[in-house]
Design a protein around this ligand. Structure first.
Ligand SMILES: Nc1ncnc2c1ncn2[C@@H]1O[C@H](COP(=O)(O)OP(=O)(O)OP(=O)(O)O)[C@@H](O)[C@H]1O
Ligand SMILES: [Mg+2]
Length: 141
């Protein structure tokens, strides 16, 4: 049976007097590619922002893979595999391609300010990520 990966139940999000999401409910099936269409200003980006933790809903419930994620922060959701991208995405232009790819994996020790300050010379996860990305690109080519 195909299960629901994301479930949005009766979500409301207002900006002052404007109701951007009014009792919004939907389901996204596992392994599906799902798009949302609607006129300008109909609330698509607001919905994505609420699901991905960039905005807090006024009410309603959001479930991902069976666990409730309503009001979780975006950095917590990232580690569960949920993140949003922006319409104009671009790389860090002062870094090489491999350096850009090495930024992506989560839980890197260098993300801790204290660790980074105390281990300036060696952030050992970098080597691991470098190898991983290298292997991945060579298997694609
Ligand atoms: N941060 C905000 N503060 C106030 N109003 C907002 C905010 N974000 C969105 N809105 C309003 O909420 C409504 C829904 O906007 P939203 O950006 O979600 O629509 P959209 O469907 O993504 O539109 P588009 O197709 O133009 O991207 C609009 O009326 C918009 O002006
Ligand atoms: Mg939008």
């Amino acid at each position: 049976m195909i299960k629901n990966l994301v479930q949005v139940e009766s979500v409301v999000k207002t900006f002052g007097g404007l109701k951007a999401l009014n009792d919004c409910s939907l389901e996204i099936k596992e392994k599906s590619i799902t798009g949302i269409i609607g006129p300008n200003g109909s609330g698509k980006s607001t919905l994505f922002n609420v699901i991905t933790g960039n905005l807090k809903p006024d009410s309603g419930k959001i479930t991902y893979n069976g666990s409730e994620i309503t009001n979780k922060e975006s950095h917590e959701l990232f580690h569960q595999g949920i993140l949003r991208t922006f319409q104009i995405a671009h790389e860090f232009t002062n870094m090489t391609v491999i350096e850009n790819l090495m930024v992506v994996p989560g839980n890197q020790k260098g993300e801790s300010l204290l660790y980074a300050l105390m281990n300036k010379k060696k952030i050992d996860k970098d080597d691991e990520n470098h190898k991983r990305k290298g292997n991945r690109s060579s298997s694609i080519s």
